[in-house]
Design a protein around this ligand. Structure first.
Ligand SMILES: C[S@@+](CC[C@H](N)C(=O)[O-])C[C@H]1O[C@@H](n2cnc3c(N)ncnc32)[C@H](O)[C@@H]1O
Length: 242
């Protein structure tokens, strides 16, 4: 994807996750003690990961799954434990090498192959499911939807992703600058209203064969994100808009 806004944001995210915040991210995604704020974020993220995993079949044997923006790899590991052949990809070489170090032995047929690259790299091939947990939230709404569409073109069954819902409260918190302590700030999150997201998804030609499935908002004090399921559907009456 060649949009200037996408490329600029991707570069910022690579620098942020690979250098600025890689230690903080390593701690947040490990099991040790963390500050009260980070504990709240960690609990919200655990809930979100469980939600996204609940949208995948229990038995993933024979299924190819892309963990798009895998970070330190927790979701990839859980999908592999269910038997999936997972490709886990991230821009950050530092986080991917940490994910490789943390990779436990997987019993059964599942596997994880970690890669450092752009999740939109077409050479990754086709997948049954693509999952993107909090890896699209920093991109502008139009870029986010274009990313979902590119991922969907390679997904036989579905794309499961998260977005930051634009709510009155979040807008206020953003204005007050209190979503995250200053030192931890990543490039801005780009919240989007659910209705706007649905409209943009419904208007995208590459998503004509997809319908909206489950959605769930996780809303803890310091973690606000919403899961969204897009499923390939044969039924033309299934709409993306409510
Ligand atoms: C907020 S972290 C979430 C990581 C992981 N999904 C999790 O929930 O633990 C976002 C991750 O997405 C990655 N990312 C952002 N844009 C990406 C892109 N275009 N291709 C691959 N990875 C990307 C970042 O490097 C970062 O590791």
């Amino acid at each position: 994807m060649e949009n200037a806004t996408y490329l600029a944001r991707r570069r910022q995210l690579e620098v942020y996750f690979d250098r600025t915040a890689s230690d903080a991210w390593a701690k947040l995604t490990a099991e040790g003690p963390v500050s009260r704020i980070r504990a709240s974020v960690r609990a919200g993220r655990d809930q979100m990961r469980a939600t996204l995993l609940s949208y995948l079949p229990d038995d993933l044997r024979g299924q190819r799954v892309l963990d798009a923006g895998c970070g330190t790899g927790a979701l990839a590991v859980e999908a592999a434990r269910r038997g999936a052949e997972v490709v886990a990809i991230d821009l950050s070489a530092t986080l991917v090498s940490l994910a490789k170090e943390r990779l436990p032995a997987i019993d059964g047929p599942g596997s994880v192959e970690f890669r450092v690259s752009d999740m939109l790299d077409p050479s990754l091939g086709r997948f049954d499911f693509v999952v993107a947990m909090d890896s699209l939230i920093h991109y502008r709404a139009h870029d986010k939807v274009e990313m979902v569409a590119r991922l969907a073109e390679r997904a036989n069954r579905g794309v499961i992703f998260t977005f930051a819902p634009r709510t009155f409260l979040l807008t206020l918190m953003k204005l007050a600058g209190s979503v995250f302590p200053r030192g931890d700030r990543s490039p801005d999150i780009e919240p989007v209203r659910e209705a706007t997201l649905r409209k943009l998804l419904a208007a995208h030609p590459s998503l004509a064969g997809f319908g909206a499935g489950r959605t769930k908002r996780i809303d803890s004090t310091f973690y606000k994100s919403q899961a969204f399921e897009l499923k390939r559907t044969e039924d033309p009456s299934r709409q993306l808009t409510p």
